[in-house]
Every structure is written in C-alpha cells, then in structure tokens.
Design a binder for this molecule. Structure first.
Ligand code: DAH
Length: 348
C-alpha cells in the first residue's frame, strides 16, 4: 500500500508541472503505458494473497480513476487554452494600414492616344488599323510612289522580301481603307500604329508610331484646306495648348497635293524662342495635305467626284510634347521608373 501512496503523490506532483498537451500525453505513458507506474502496480495484484488483493486492487483502481479524471480535466483545459492562443495570434487589427498593392500604370503613349481617339470619335471619325508587315504596293505604289520614285529615299526601309516590308508609314492604311470601301462611301478615319525605318538617335527610333488621318467626301460637300486647318488646330490645341497657333509651310509628299508641314507655336516659350524650338518660336508637328487625285483614282475613288485631306503626326512626338519627354528612346526602354511617372494617383 505504501507503493500506491508513493505513486499517488508522485502523480499529483507530476500533474502540477504539466503545462502543455504533449507533456500530458507523456504523463499518460508514464503512468498508464505498457510499463507505466500504475500498470505495474496492477500487475502486482495477481501475486498477492486474497485479503491484500482486494484492498490493494481497490486502491490501485481508485488511483487509476483519479489519474483519468485529472487527465480528462486537464486535457480539456489545455485544448481550450490552445484554441484561445491560436485565436489571439490570428486576430486581425483592421486599423493597421493596408499593404499597398502595386498597380500598373498606362504608358504615356496609351494615355495620349486615348485622348486623341476620344477627340476624333467625337468629330465622327472611326479608329482603324492595318498590318505592320505591309506590301510595297500599299506602302508606296498605291500612294503615288511607284518603284524607283526618288521620294522613296526619304524612308529608309526594312524589306522582308522584295515585295514586303515593315511599313514605313501608316499612310498605307489610306490605300487599304479606300480599296476596302470601293469608292463608295465617305471616309473619316484615324489610324494609330507602329511604323519602322532604319534610323536611331534621340529623336528617331527604328520603331516609332504615327497617327494617320484621312477624310474623303463628295466634292459637293467641299472638304477643303480650311477644314484640314481647322481639324489640325482642334487637334493641336486639345493636346498641346489651347492658345497656340498653326503655321502651314509648303512641302512635298507624293500622296498629297498641295502638301504641307504644319508647325505650332512653341508651347515651351510661346513663340519667344528657346532651346526646344531652336529659337524659331515654332515646332513642327504635322505633315498634311489634300489627297492627290492619283491616290484617289488608284484606290477606287473618282477624283472628279471625291476629294479630301490627310494628315500624319508622329504619335511619339505628340506624346513627347504633351508630357515634356526629352528623348524618344525613353518610351521604348520599359524602365519602370519612367513609367511610374505616369502612374494614376489614388482616386483618379
Ligand atoms: N506618311 C508621311 C511620312 O511618314 C507623313 C504624311 C504626310 C502623312 C502627308 C499624311 C500626309 O497623311 O498627308 O512622312
């Protein structure tokens, strides 16, 4: 019976020290496992004589009962503690500042073209596109630039085969669109797109972008040079500054007659002269003109019946002017620091 008492006090002491569930499980092994202390007492019962057997057996049984009672109680408590602890640990403090999600930003050229498209759509234009890998026929021949024409030298080209090249100008879509319409409907389109030439410096990249504009209508509707001027004025004032003026300089393009290069008042110095306008007070923004009768005829529009105008600013150039970007190459380098300059602010 002394032994039972010993185990009992050891057990009560051990229970005081248990603070974790795994310790409790160890305790169970220590007392009730195969070689556990209570198990051992149990195995002694059979060696005792009848009288002792009863009292001893009863005492061991009680001890076992006590152990299990304490075990269940403690187990429940420790499990609850554990759950509480977990809940505490996982509590979310909704007043903490949120982790910022990095949003991408639109490229400045996308920002610019969105504005331009909105403007032209509001004036009844359609926005259309054409292939970048273009045939010599659409890029040159149908624009009044037959093979061997000296004006082809102005556009150093990437030929893929003798008949196909990376288009040097979005003007190719003038011809494509006229052919598509088969000389039947009036045309009012802008064509933003990529173009390619063999050149590479601070103001020229081998891949750049243009926005072609084409308007064709019946002669009786008088689509005139004044309309061209008015259109470019709206365009320039919308994108570059509401108070600037336009200057038309005579120029030459095979697909327009007459042809112009169109300058706008320097938006940096307002005409006084500065480094941007090279002290002239003017900045060249557009090439434009009245659609050449040959171009109309070659593409299915009778020049006796139809007339119109066309224009072609550089999309990159307009974007650079709009946002004060000094080097065209910045726009094609994908430098995240540059792109982040055009990030939308929260709430915008
Ligand atoms: N495509 C010409 C170029 O890249 C620019 C141009 C000139 C476009 C006159 C036009 C135009 O639409 O009418 O140099």
């Amino acid at each position: 019976m002394r032994q039972v008492e010993d185990v009992r006090s050891k057990m009560l002491y051990d229970y005081e020290t248990v603070i974790r569930l795994d310790e409790l499980n160890e305790l169970k092994v220590k007392y009730l496992g195969k070689k556990g202390l209570i198990t051992e007492l149990n195995s002694q019962i059979k060696n005792l004589d009848k009288e002792e057997k009863k009292a001893f057996g009863q005492a061991v049984n009680e001890l076992r009962g006590l152990f299990l009672e304490k075990y269940e109680k403690l187990k429940k408590r420790l499990e609850e503690d554990k759950i509480r602890e977990q809940l505490e640990g996982e509590k979310i403090d909704v007043t903490l500042p949120a982790t910022k999600i990095r949003r991408g930003s639109k490229h400045p050229m996308s920002l610019a073209i969105e504005e331009i498209e909105d403007l032209f759509v509001s004036m009844g234009y359609d926005v259309v596109s054409g292939p970048e890998l273009e045939s010599d026929e659409y890029c040159f021949e149908r624009l009044n630039l037959p093979k061997g024409h000296p004006a082809r030298d102005m556009q150093d080209s990437f030929y893929i085969t003798p008949d196909y090249l990376l288009r040097t100008q979005t003007s190719s879509v003038q011809a494509r669109y006229m052919m598509e319409r088969q000389g039947k409907t009036p045309i009012r389109i802008i064509v933003p797109g990529k173009t390619y030439r063999r050149e590479d410096d601070a103001t020229h990249a081998p891949q750049f972008s243009q926005i072609e504009g084409l308007v064709v209508d019946k002669k009786e509707n008088h689509v005139s040079l004044a309309d061209l001027k008015g259109t470019l004025e709206v365009f320039a004032r919308h994108m570059l500054g509401s108070n600037l003026d336009l200057r038309f300089r005579p120029s030459y393009f095979p697909f327009t007659e007459p042809s112009y290069e169109v300058d706008v008042t320097c938006f940096k110095c307002h005409g006084k002269g500065c480094n941007l306008c090279k002290d002239t007070g003017w900045i060249e923004v557009f090439a434009a003109g009245m659609v050449h009768p040959n171009v109309l005829r070659m593409n299915g529009y009778d020049p006796e019946v139809w007339g119109g105008f066309a224009f072609g600013p550089g999309w990159d150039r307009i974007t650079m002017f709009r946002y004060g970007i000094p080097d065209i190459r910045l726009m094609y380098q994908n430098d995240i620091r540059f792109l982040q300059e055009f990030d939308r602010k929260d709430g915008e």
